[in-house]
Design a protein around this ligand. Structure first.
Ligand code: SF4
Ligand code: SF4
Length: 239
């Protein structure tokens, strides 16, 4: 497991922070959090916003800046920014500045706040999550200074991130359903068919968007289409 992720898992309870709790942090723009990074994962929404801002179609942005791989546990396609050189600089770091500052990936925009879904057993079983299940953490990174104080709610608002982020919830619901399906069926499918399914998920979830239209309705349509397809899926025959 990545060291940063392991630190969060090991210290999760002490890192938890409520929406109206305060934390002290002031970014001094040193750019260090964009170096030695190979863990910046992009959602379809990040890809849509960044590609559009750079004037690239999504597939070209992926070719230039990203790596796509199949998650070891999730078994679904994952996109990450591909670091550059021995310092493992983020490919979007130009000098000390983020080249896509106004549309940076949400994990970067929220830093040093992180978020995840904290689910009870019933939510895990029925796959029904809501924004009430979102849990925030303060990662206390030890950089910057402590000259400013914020609540999490204020921090999110400053970066135009909703505390009832519909995309975040729908994204995790979709990944949970697809991941369960891929894990359950991996051993039953031949390699060719499995690759075809992985490609389909990647194409529909990450690439099938029109920049002229709003992102979220397109995402909901694509996600529901995939979920419908796997519901009707039968091994050994077409769905
Ligand atoms: S996307 Fe921007 S903020 Fe995020 S790691 Fe890269 S350069 Fe830094
Ligand atoms: S978040 Fe921290 S490491 Fe990143 S630029 Fe700001 S002060 Fe530097």
């Amino acid at each position: 497991m990545d060291q940063r992720l392991k630190h969060i898992v090991d210290n999760f309870e002490t890192m938890k922070i409520g929406l109206d709790e305060k934390f002290k942090f002031n970014c001094t723009m040193c750019g260090k959090c964009c170096i030695d990074r190979d863990d910046i994962l992009l959602t379809p929404k990040d890809l849509f916003k960044i590609s559009n801002a750079l004037g690239l179609i999504i597939s070209d942005f992926l070719k230039q800046y990203c790596e796509v791989y199949i998650g070891h546990s999730s078994k679904v396609p994952i996109v990450r920014l591909l670091p550059v050189g021995p310092m493992k600089r983020c490919p979007l770091l130009k000098g000390n500045r983020c080249a896509v500052h106004h549309v940076k990936p949400v994990v970067c925009a929220m830093f040093p706040i992180g978020r995840c879904l904290q689910l009870d057993d019933e939510s895990k079983r029925n796959g029904e999550f809501t924004a009430r299940d979102i849990q925030y953490i303060f990662t206390n990174p030890g950089c910057g200074d402590k000259r400013k104080e914020h609540t999490v709610r204020e921090w999110l608002k400053d970066f135009n991130i909703s505390d009832e982020d519909e995309f975040f919830v729908k994204w995790h619901q979709t990944i949970a359903v697809l991941s369960r399906f891929m894990r359950e069926n991996e051993s039953k499918l031949d390699e060719h068919y499995l690759n075809g399914l992985e490609n389909l998920i990647f194409l529909v979830l990450y690439l099938s968007y029109d920049f002229e239209k709003d992102f979220f309705p397109q995402f909901v349509y694509n996600a529901d289409l995939l979920i419908e397809k796997i519901k009707n899926f039968k091994i050994g025959g077409a769905e």
